[in-house]
Write a protein that binds this ligand. Structure first.
Ligand code: NAD
Length: 498
């Protein structure tokens, strides 16, 4: 306990952005009345108030967008060469690596995740900066289009940055989600106003300082902090935003889409999920059990691609269930600052209460709870045990609703066709996983599952070189990879008579 408290104090003392500040035009500024309207920040592992953050209002958001707009129009970033932009991004990536312990530690304090996961998020985000630096450096921007039917004419297509990109992100991977959106937008020459979650704002604010130190011109990257209903609404409705990049719930995503329609601007939505993981009887069952447990319990189940529906072929049901239970028993839950902890608390009291209520519906609807359930201890912290319900039916609440907590449901199947129908029996279509040693089986599911992403004999594999896609109600547009970069550009057709 002493070590954890000392570490928490060290991290808080190492922060360079004071409480209730936002980052506009290269400066940390405290909005008028910010102290009076501050939002408390609570460490979910201890329930202590560890600081406060601003609730930026429409006026503050307007300043941020105006700064970003001016910076864009000045060409100080948008008209720089890809090589110049790439060099700045690489430098910022390097500064992130030098500050990895602080950035990761702040995510742990704000959202409770284990330190090892938070460090992975920082390291992979630094790699993301290098990746998009290279794309900016090698992007040819314009391309001659051979016109086979128009002698005397030359055709070209040329891409341009869009302008000010508004980025709105959630709390489950605070820095990583913010950078997945912001970095490709910056790499392609846009300026950005980011609104991270008001529950976990610290790492993004510290990152903004690193951007300045890495040579990003003032006004190119701005961070406004505050609630969705105040700051988020103001940002998504601002008329100088040219593109809205959103990650969060389906409920909010629909509002963002409405806001975008007011100004006829494009939007990317990365939303929720209810992802299936299918274990066939010919699978490497040991691998499948480890992956199924990791699939749901990673990051306390607060992952959009959490494999929350486990579909097991009937012949191996007992064996697989036993294997997943063994894995669940190994989980060490605790304060994310402690070594060896691999499951933290849920992010906040509202999230904790929501998850407990959903677990209760499992009992109410007659599902069989074989592990975990409602927490028995009443100590501090929003801890929910890894929980497994069996005998789920497609009309159960836990089948239909995203829990965003460590709650797994299982169901058996007899044929691949039945497994496919069950996998697709959801409004969502984000992640999916299949475990089998049969090539045809793997291809059958990969081709027919209605989800933007399908993992074969692995789960939670993620590479920024692959596109990140939600089908159905899990999203709109494409994140990451080269697609994610081009999303933030607009295309022009140039035709010339020569
Ligand atoms: P949320 O939708 O409540 O909030 C997301 C962000 O939107 C926050 O910054 C919030 O302040 C802001 N916001 C809320 N209301 C707003 C409004 N009316 N206008 C503008 N902004 C508003 O989501 P959350 O609880 O922070 O995150 C959990 C959700 O995020 C889950 O559904 C999860 O599946 C999803 N998620 C999806 C992905 C993905 O890649 N598909 C990744 C991570 C999380």
């Amino acid at each position: 306990q002493t070590n954890v408290t000392t570490r928490q104090n060290e991290l808080i003392a190492a922060r360079r952005v004071p409480d209730n500040c936002i980052f506009i035009g290269g400066q940390c500024v405290k909005p008028k009345g910010a102290d009076a309207n501050a939002i408390p920040l609570i460490n979910p592992a201890t329930e202590e108030v560890i600081g406060t953050c601003a609730d930026a209002n429409a006026e503050d958001v307007n300043k941020a967008v105006e700064n970003a707009h001016e910076a864009f129009e000045s060409g100080i970033w948008s008209k720089r060469s890809g090589n110049e932009r790439g060099a700045v991004l690489r430098k910022i990536g390097q500064l992130m690596r030098e500050n990895r312990d602080l950035l990761a530690g702040l995510d742990v304090l704000n959202c409770g995740k284990p330190t090892s996961y938070a460090l992975f998020d920082v390291d992979s985000s630094a790699d993301l900066l290098d990746y998009y630096a290279e794309i900016a450096e090698t992007d040819e921007v314009s391309r001659v289009v051979p016109l086979t039917n128009a002698p005397g004419y030359v055709g070209k297509e040329k891409r341009f940055p869009r302008g000010v990109v508004g980025v709105i992100t959630p709390w489950n991977f605070p820095l990583k989600m913010a950078l997945w959106k912001s970095i490709p937008a910056l790499a392609s020459g846009n300026t950005v106003v980011l609104k991270p979650s008001e529950v976990a704002p610290w790492s993004c604010l510290e990152f903004a300082l690193l951007c300045k130190e890495g040579g990003l011109p003032d006004g190119v990257f701005n961070v406004v902090i505050g609630s969705g209903k105040e700051t988020g609404v103001a940002l998504s409705h601002h008329d100088k935003i040219s593109y809205l990049a959103f990650t969060g719930s389906l409920f909010t995503g629909k509002k963002i889409m409405h806001a975008a329609s007011d100004h006829v601007i494009p939007v990317t939505l990365e939303l929720g999920g209810k992802s299936p993981l299918i274990v066939c009887k010919d699978a490497d069952l040991s691998l499948a059990c480890r992956s199924a447990a990791f699939g749901i319990f990673f990051n306390q189940g607060e992952a959009c691609t959490a494999a929350s529906r486990l579909l097991i072929e009937e012949d191996v049901y007992e064996e697989v269930l036993k294997g997943v239970l063994e894995e669940a028993k190994k989980i060490v839950s605790g304060n994310g600052l402690q070594e060896n902890v691999n499951m933290g608390p849920l992010v906040s009291k509202p999230q904790y209460e929501k998850v407990l209520q959903l677990i209760q519906t499992g009992f109410d609807e007659g599902l069989n709870c074989v592990f975990g359930g409602l927490p028995k201890e009443s100590g501090k912290g929003y801890f929910v045990p890894p929980t497994i319900f069996t005998n789920a039916e497609t009309n159960n609440t836990l089948w239909k609703e995203e829990v965003f907590g460590p709650v797994l449901i299982t169901k058996t199947f007899r044929t691949n066709e039945e497994a496919l129908a069950l996998a697709n029996a959801t409004e969502y279509g984000l992640g999916s996983g299949v475990f089998s040693t049969n090539r045809d089986t793997l291809d059958y599911f990969a081709d027919n599952i209605e989800a933007g992403m399908c993992s074969l004999n692995t789960y939670h594999f993620s590479s920024h070189e692959l596109p990140w896609i939600g089908w159905k109600h899990s999203g709109l547009g494409i994140g990451l990879a080269t697609h994610g970069y081009y999303e933030y550009t607009r295309l022009k057709q140039i035709a010339e008579y020569v």
